[in-house]
Design a binder for this molecule. Structure first.
Ligand code: GLN
Length: 251
């Protein structure tokens, strides 16, 4: 039986708004195709993970306080993580984790939480604590040349600057900053995004993009994923599009 291995970073500290649901959805869509997902967890104090031995690394969102606690621990793995990204391991990073892979996060009080600095972007919290980018968000994302509307939920005070390759164009919502046109960061094997939701349950095609990528890389062959019955998922998406007043014409 084929299998993929996933490393879940800081499950006890980075898990906001159902981020773990992303792993459940990956597992569900893999098992439907008779592929097993092994899930290992890493928390502060555990044995150092061998990042390159995984197919997927996942980290979720977390508040400033958690980010400042775990930043020191994460930075110890900077070289290993860089190597894993270079080797093509897939990284899915949500919100707080997205911020921590950039240069730094500057909190409301001006305190700097150092990031891994693997990517050039940086994040600064908005001075007014009461102002946050909160709400449903829809992006237009390019997945291997196909346009796909990615739906999620954002809740962040941090404003992310200097993003070279965004994850998607904002159709509804804010994005990397208040009223931005762009959201997240995306290279072939890294998706870093503010979208909670959980992201993957609302976007089955995005889940399959990740699965396909990981299987191709691991088994070094052309993979054509067996289609699943997504009637229910598609109905949910249509409902959300209706609520958000996204008309078919602009999709
Ligand atoms: N501390 C970050 C912010 O508010 C991250 C929050 C989150 O992960 N949802 O910008």
């Amino acid at each position: 039986m084929r299998e993929l291995k996933l490393l879940y970073l800081y499950p006890d500290m980075l898990e906001l708004y159902g981020d773990y649901g992303n792993i459940q959805v990956l597992k569900y869509r893999l098992e439907k195709r008779n592929i097993n997902l092994i899930i290992d967890r890493y928390s502060i104090g555990d044995k150092k993970p061998d990042f390159t031995s995984y197919d997927i690394v996942f980290a979720g969102g977390g508040a400033d306080n958690e980010q400042s606690i775990l930043s020191k621990d994460l930075i110890k793995f900077k070289d290993d993580i860089k190597e894993a990204i270079k080797n093509g391991v897939f990284f899915l990073l949500i919100c707080g984790a997205y911020q921590l892979f950039g240069k730094y996060y500057k909190g409301v009080e001006g305190n700097i939480i150092p990031g891994l600095g693997i990517f050039d972007y940086y994040t600064e919290a908005i001075k007014d604590r009461s102002k946050r980018c909160i709400g449903n968000i829809v992006l237009e994302v390019n997945l291997n040349g196909d346009k796909y509307e990615v739906i999620g939920f954002e809740n962040h005070g941090g404003q992310t600057y200097n993003v070279k390759n965004c994850f998607g164009k904002v159709l509804v919502g804010n994005g990397n900053k208040f009223e931005d046109k762009e959201e997240g960061y995306f290279i072939n094997n890294v998706i870093a995004t503010y979208l909670h939701g959980p992201l993957l349950s609302k976007n089955p095609k995005l889940t399959d993009y990740i699965i396909e990528y990981c299987l191709k890389r691991k088994y070094e062959e052309e993979i054509k994923l067996e289609p699943l019955d997504d009637t229910f998922e598609e109905k949910c998406r249509e409902e959300l599009f209706k609520v958000l007043e996204i008309k078919k014409e602009i999709r």
